[in-house]
Design a protein. Structure first.
Length: 375
C-alpha cells in the first residue's frame, strides 16, 4: 500500500511549497488541479521515485557502481543520449552543472523553481543546453509542448543571458527515439517565460477550472474525487453501453476522425486505471483477507524446470530420444540469441532467415490499434 502523509515531503521542502516545473505539464493543462490535490495527503515515498533519484545521482557523480544491473543499463543509455545531444548541437567543452534548482523571483520573493537534471553553458557563445532525463516508462509530452523542459530553458536563458537555448528530453524507454530536442532564440525564451509566469499565478488562485485530459489526469491523486473526472468517466461508461447496445458502429460513424482517436485513447487509459485499482484491492486483501466481501485471495502455481540439460538427459534415458524430440519445440528466438553472441542481433536474424528459408512462414496477426507518434 502507498504511504501517505499530510506533512511536507522532501520535494515540498526543497521547492518551498511553491510551484515547480516538474508539475507544470499537468497543472498548466488543468489550472484547478493544484488546489484540489493540496487538500489530499501526498505519497510519502515510492520505490519508483527512489530508483529515479539513484539514477540521477549516479549520472551527476559519473559513478554507476552503486546501481543495480538494470539501473546501470538505464543510466548508461541516458549518458549515451546526453553525449549524442552534446555532439549534435556542438556543446563539447561546455561548463556542465547537474541537479541544480533554479529560482524565479518577483522582487525578493521566490515565485517558482525548476530542478534541472543537467545543463551545459558556453559563456563565450552565450549558448545553453538544458537536458531533462526521464527514468520511468511513462512517455512525457513531446519537447515542443513540454512545459517542464521549456520553462527550465526559458528561466535559465534569463539567468545566464543566453542568446540560444537547446532544450532536450532523453527517454530511454521511448519506442521510437532515445532523445528529442528543440532550439529557441532569446526572444522565444522571453515570450515563454512571460507565459509561464502568468500561468504560475493562475494555478495558485482559488476556484480555477479543472479540465479533464490524458496528461493531467493520468497520475493525478485527486481523480477519484474530482467532479469533472468522475463526470467524464460516467459519460464514457454511458457511451460504452450505447455502443454495446447497437454493436458500436452507429456511434463510431457519427464521430469525426479526431473524436475517434481521442475516444480510443480514453478507453486504453480506462483499462490501465482499472488495473491499478484492482492491484490496490489485492494489496489491501493481502493485509486483511476479510476486507473484501465475496472475494478471496488466489494464486497460480507455475511449474518450471531448473536444469533443462539434466531434464532432457532423464527423459532420453527413461523413454528414448524419439519421445524427447517429440517434447521439444524449435525456438527461433533462442537460436538468434545464441548466434548474436558471435556477432550482432541483425546479423543473427539474417543468418537464421537464410538458413531456414525453406521452412519459415510469415503469418500476420490480427489488426490492433497502436498510437501513431511523430516526434
Amino acid at each position: 500500500m502507498k504511504r501517505r502523509t499530510f506533512e511536507p515531503t522532501a520535494h515540498d521542502l526543497e521547492a518551498e511549497g511553491l510551484p515547480s516545473a516538474s508539475g507544470f505539464d499537468a497543472e498548466f493543462r488543468c489550472p484547478g488541479r493544484r488546489a484540489l490535490c493540496a487538500r489530499l495527503p501526498k505519497e510519502k515515498d515510492t520505490a519508483v521515485a527512489a530508483r529515479g533519484q539513484r539514477i540521477h545521482d549516479a549520472l551527476a557523480a559519473g559513478d554507476f557502481s552503486t546501481l543495480s544491473d538494470n539501473e546501470e543499463q538505464l543510466a548508461s543509455r541516458i549518458a549515451y543520449g546526453e553525449s549524442e545531444i552534446v555532439h549534435e548541437y556542438g556543446f563539447e567543452g561546455a561548463l556542465i552543472e547537474f541537479e541544480q534548482r533554479i529560482w524565479d523571483s518577483e522582487g525578493l520573493e521566490h515565485t517558482w523553481s525548476a530542478r534541472v537534471d543537467r545543463y551545459d553553458w558556453q559563456p563565450d557563445k552565450r549558448r545553453l543546453l538544458v537536458v531533462d532525463d526521464k527514468t520511468g516508462w511513462t512517455l512525457p509530452p513531446p519537447a515542443p509542448v513540454n512545459w517542464q523542459v521549456r520553462s527550465e530553458g526559458a528561466l535559465l536563458a534569463e539567468v545566464h543571458d543566453a542568446v540560444e537555448v537547446v532544450v532536450s528530453l532523453i527517454h530511454p524507454h521511448h519506442p521510437d527515439s532515445l532523445w528529442e530536442a528543440e532550439v529557441y532564440t532569446r526572444e522565444q525564451c522571453e515570450a515563454l517565460l512571460t507565459t509561464v509566469r502568468h500561468l504560475v499565478k493562475q494555478i495558485q488562485l482559488p476556484d480555477q477550472r479543472r479540465i479533464v485530459g490524458g496528461i493531467q489526469c493520468q497520475w493525478c491523486p485527486a481523480k477519484r474525487i474530482c467532479p469533472e473526472f468522475i463526470a467524464a468517466e460516467a459519460a464514457l461508461d454511458q457511451a460504452i453501453e450505447d455502443e454495446i447496445a447497437d454493436e458500436g458502429f452507429t456511434a463510431i460513424i457519427r464521430r469525426t476522425s479526431a473524436e475517434r482517436g481521442e475516444h480510443v485513447r480514453q478507453l486504453k487509459a480506462r483499462v490501465k486505471n482499472i488495473g491499478v485499482i484492482l492491484e490496490q484491492y489485492t494489496a489491501l486483501m493481502e493485509k486483511d483477507e476479510q476486507s473484501i466481501a465475496g472475494w478471496r485471495l488466489a494464486r497460480k502455481l507455475d511449474r518450471r524446470v531448473t536444469d533443462e540439460g539434466r531434464a532432457m538427459e532423464l527423459v532420453r534415458g527413461a523413454y528414448g530420444a524419439d519421445v524427447l524430440y517429440e517434447c521439444l519445440r524449435f525456438n527461433l528466438v533462442a537460436l538468434e540469441t545464441q548466434l548474436a553472441k558471435r556477432g550482432t542481433k541483425r546479423e543473427a536474424k539474417l543468418a537464421v532467415e537464410r538458413l531456414l528459408a525453406p521452412v519459415i512462414e510469415f503469418k500476420k496477426s490480427k489488426y490492433y490499434l497502436d498510437e501513431a507518434r511523430s516526434l
